[in-house]
Design a protein around this ligand. Sequence first.
Ligand SMILES: Nc1ncnc2c1ncn2[C@@H]1O[C@H](COP(=O)(O)OP(=O)(O)OP(=O)(O)O)[C@@H](O)[C@H]1O
Ligand SMILES: [Mg+2]
Length: 487
Amino acid sequence: MPLVLPFISLRVRFMVVAVLLTASFTSLWEIWSWNRERDLLHERLLQKGEILVSAMAIPIINALLYEELGIISEGGLLDNFIADIMANQQLNPLYAMVLDGEGRVLAHNRFSEYGKIYSDPLTRSALASAGFLDRVLTFEDQRACDLAVPLAIAGKRWGCLRVGVSMEPLYRELALLAGQIILFAGIFSLGALCVFYLVGRGLSGPLTTLARRMEQVNENALPELPPSGRRDEIGLLQTSFSRMLERLRRSEVEREASVQRMLENERLTTVGKIVSGVAHEVNNPLAGIQGALYHIEQKGGAPVQRYVRLVEQSVERIGRIVGQLLDLSRAGAMEMETVHSREFFQDLALFAKMAMKDRGCRFEAKDLCPPTGVRLDRDKIHQVVLNLILNGADAAGAAGRVELQAHDDGRWYCLTVADNGPGIPPELLDRLFETFFTTKEPGKGSGMGLAISRTIAEAHGGSLEFRPGGEGGAVFTLKLPLESAHD
Ligand SMILES: Nc1ncnc2c1ncn2[C@@H]1O[C@H](COP(=O)(O)OP(=O)(O)OP(=O)(O)O)[C@@H](O)[C@H]1O
Ligand SMILES: [Mg+2]
């Protein structure tokens, strides 16, 4: 079974690591500071002690020397010196004693010790030492420091002076210091904890919000993310996520459009199949009717000829519609050739001008496309453009204007037909390219022009798009792939 680790938020991890690090560094710093302070205090105590015992050793040696020389009798001199030492305010000695070479007490702050001979290791090493000596010991349950100097001059030795100094004040000072250090470290750690908490929240908060927003993403809901304004990795993550949502949104729109197009194509294919069958069947009887009408017209009188002409007009309309239906069903069968854009446009403009001759409205053709090669089915593109300019002319009316223009947008060869008619109401836009959608009077339009045109454009690998004109009117753009796309 795979091991499932519990969810531990980044904020908690960050805080744990940060607190552990702070605690370790603070503890190390506390220990280091305390040890340093202890060494300093100890050193200061020793310095003071050395100054005291060294200073007091001189008169004691003098007293012992003079006594030995018989100049003075020692009397109470040594006791006075011991009393002076014991009265030292700075060191507050616990004991002070003068020992002779054998360790016999010559003077002591306690009279009961007079005459005793000390032979403990401490005394022996003090008697044997050549200079100042200090050792830590316990005296009457107190931590103390034993300071000793030899009483010697020019190779002659009388014994030693030993003074015991209590180390309790030093440790009391250290305990006070330790308290202060702990207090400071506590305040510092608490402050650091608050800072780490805020930093952790600042880091994890936006990530949690982002994760919640990501949770909301599904094919029906692509939430908008407000710009983060952060200039760091979290900001980058939010920007990337917003861009990803934008891409998803675009692809969703494209997907919906292509589903719609697929449905429409399917409908067109079905309609095309039915239509081409029906059209074939209708074409033959139509030809028969036309032949029969010719004969009736020849033989009948004037009233018959009038009726026959009416029937002929209707038959012609039926024939035109049947022809368009066949066009729709054959829209996919292409006869592609590579044409030179300039020559093709000249032909197209001429063809369009002729088609517009009887319409009365103004027609302009502009070729803004640099000479290039385009692969297309010449007749089918003529058919598309013809439908677009006739639609434009219908919409603009006799006093209107229709403009045909060619340009190159780097990837596509674009043919644009623009008019200054009333344009297309937004509510009709969804149905514009539907088969049989027309707003024209019955008999004027079959509603197949744009459906056939779009099918032809897509069969070329291009597209037919509509956009409203700048000053009203409609603009249709037929895009065909350029032979060599460029920037
Ligand atoms: N330039 C335009 N300005 C305004 N409306 C337009 C324009 N072009 C097309 N339309 C609208 O789109 C409808 C469909 O056009 P489409 O060319 O498919 O069919 P039609 O022109 O009505 O008939 P057909 O082209 O089959 O004779 C038109 O009836 C018209 O309402
Ligand atoms: Mg039309």
